[in-house]
Design a protein. Structure first.
Length: 236
């Protein structure tokens, strides 16, 4: 038997304040790192400024999805602060062991909460199995996009010119010999690391996506289980 249920829209006033504070923080940090880049010409400062600008822009996403005062909007603000500001800008990913694992577990929970609130806004009724499947698909998609962001932020932007030439070579715009010569001249390790590094990055990507899927799937199952129990209790 497939349980069919709908979600009730949750209002969380603190979500709007949290997003506002995050916007202010991202804007202040952006101008600080932009000023540092102007003085030092350090590409690391430019990267941090770009990341802060991205956080500022992402703060408008819950409002665009009509989730500005939902529980997922509050969780989204917390996630951006932990993952983007602390994790990326201030390098908590590198400083603390298992910080990356905790962030990806939280991302899975965030995906499920956002899907639940979005379904409530759209007045969409989902079956229990349908919600779990949708949660896994949404989590996998967003986890993949996050891994692309990490690749761009931590690899391509470190050596943008070579990275673009290498990608064009892979797409057939240059011959294999030219691409190989360019890789040697520009030092492949600057952008993509050694072979061992590439394998480690692939393994890390797999583990990150697995953490998000496990957390998202578990959260979706728990929500469905709680809903089925509440429905059963209401019938008695």
């Amino acid at each position: 038997m497939i349980l069919s249920f709908s979600f009730s829209k949750q209002t969380v006033p603190a979500a709007r304040q949290a997003l506002l504070l995050l916007k202010i923080l991202a804007a202040v940090l952006f101008f600080c790192f932009a000023l540092l880049f102007g003085r030092t010409k350090d590409s690391a400062m430019l990267l941090k400024a770009v990341q802060c600008a991205a956080v500022f822009a992402l703060c408008f996403l819950p409002r665009a999805l009509h989730l500005g005062q939902s529980a997922s909007a509050l969780l989204f603000a917390i996630f951006l602060f932990i993952a983007a500001i602390l994790g990326s800008v201030f390098a908590f990913f590198e400083r603390f062991l298992y910080y990356d694992v905790a962030v990806h577990l939280l991302s899975g929970v965030l995906c499920v909460c956002a899907l639940r609130d979005f379904a409530a806004v759209k007045n969409t009724a989902l079956s229990g199995r349908g919600f779990v499947l949708a949660a896994l698909l949404v989590t996998a998609a967003l986890a993949g996009l996050w891994e692309m962001y990490e690749f761009v932020a931590f690899h391509m932007l470190r050596n943008t010119a070579f990275s673009l030439r290498a990608m064009l070579g892979e797409l057939g715009f240059f011959s294999a010999k030219q691409a190989a010569t360019g890789a040697i001249k520009e030092n492949l390790a600057l952008s993509f690391g050694t072979v061992e590094g590439l394998l480690q990055n692939a393994y890390d990507t797999f583990c990150d996506m697995l953490c998000a899927l496990v957390a998202g799937g578990s959260c979706a199952v728990l929500l469905c289980t709680r809903k089925s129990r509440n429905t059963a209790a209401g019938r008695q």
